[in-house]
Ligand binder design. Structure first.
Ligand code: FES
Length: 136
């Protein structure tokens, strides 16, 4: 049976470092890097974990040792994606089985009733194993 963790991040636990990234077209995109109250060792292969960061609800999942993050609310009818399941990189929504690629948060063409959601970069501090997500 899959274990689902529900984590509420209060402002006092959030490390918010404003970072500026220059992109090719010379626009500056301001992104925030949030520290989650999780370490790499808290996630297990194929497990989904929900976290709330500010006003965003995200789901994290580990596939082949890499952790990915995307919106946790399904674009179809709002299904809780953290209650879905992973099959390789396919994250399936528990309500109507819409499929997303957890690497990109793009909807699978096999389930055209769902549309893309947002994907977030995950950064792991190699020393402390703390998990950070970058949200713009
Ligand atoms: S709510 Fe996710 S597929 Fe319908």
């Amino acid at each position: 049976m899959k274990q689902i963790k529900d984590i509420k991040i209060k402002n006092k636990f959030i490390t918010n470092k404003r970072q500026s990234y220059k992109v090719k077209n010379r626009l500056n995109i301001i992104m925030s890097k949030f520290k989650l109250p999780l370490k790499r060792t808290d996630l297990k292969e194929g497990e989904l974990v929900k976290a709330e960061v500010g006003d965003k609800s995200i789901v994290l999942g580990m596939v082949k040792g890499t952790i990915y993050a995307m919106d946790s609310v399904c674009s179809h009818q709002g299904g809780p994606l953290e209650e879905g399941w992973l099959d390789d990189y396919d994250l399936t929504c528990p309500w109507h089985q819409g499929i997303f690629d957890i690497r990109t948060a793009k909807a699978s063409p096999k389930t055209n009733w769902v549309t893309d959601v947002n994907s977030y970069s995950v950064v792991i501090d190699e020393k402390s194993e703390e998990i950070f997500v970058e949200i713009d």
